[in-house]
Design a protein around this ligand. Sequence first.
Ligand code: SAH
Length: 270
Amino acid sequence: MSKPCKRFAQHWLRSEYALDKIVEAAQLSKSDRILEIGPGTGILTRRLLPAVESLVAVEIDRDLCEKLAKNLGKQENFLLLQGDFLSLDLEQLLVPFPSFHQPNKVVANIPYNITGPILAKLLGTIARPAETGYELIVLLVQKEVGDRLVATPGNKAYGALSVRVQYLANCERICEVPAKAFYPPPKVDSVVVRLRPRASEPPANNPRQLETLIQLGFANRRKMLHNNLKSIIEPDRLTRLLEQLSINPQVRAENLSLQDWIGLSNLLTE
Ligand code: SAH
């Protein structure tokens, strides 16, 4: 087995149960074109390949790429790209490979040190949602991050990340995966999450402003919303807007639902 390297956040999944859960969550069909980020030794790749039309994997580690190419390179529905997922232009790179065009699903046990940037690349931002067209994204992530992705108002894990990602996708928590399911075990437990990108309903009239509201609103969790937002909304005005939305003016950011944030932002732009 390849020796895991810390620099690339390498932790090999070795739990059959977790692999089964990931594959099941991906609801695979023979017409699926998969993108896998960080295939590592290919343990997940091997499971996915026979069930789908094609799979393109992006792996940063040259040594692993050599091994993967040797072991899986003969499979016609497998394409391996060596490079940093965050900096490569996938659409451009896939131009010469029509059967790998526009993957419709992402399935991956990703490097946890770059979870935020990976999510941003896959989903985009409120102001600029990604136009990648993924219908489903199944990821193994650090438990704390998974908890934040699915958190609802009033929950300890509910914060700016929850609202931003939930604006862009439906988020489900599939199951927990303990640290010992990996070699070497990471310092944290993990969860499998499934995201389904979709347009927000209703959309924000001014997405950039919604982003600012969320960022400032959660800046200091203990403060009330009108305190956190006073640099951009005069407190009396905010009180009136919140009353229009039937929200208690003493509210904190953590108690506002996604719909409340959108409602507030849209009222402000009226
Ligand atoms: N999917 C494998 C490996 C997970 S470890 C398994 O389940 O066992 C994370 C993998 O991501 C490693 O193979 C690591 O080399 C790779 N990786 C780390 N940073 C990367 C990046 N920026 N782009 C692509 N792959 C990366």
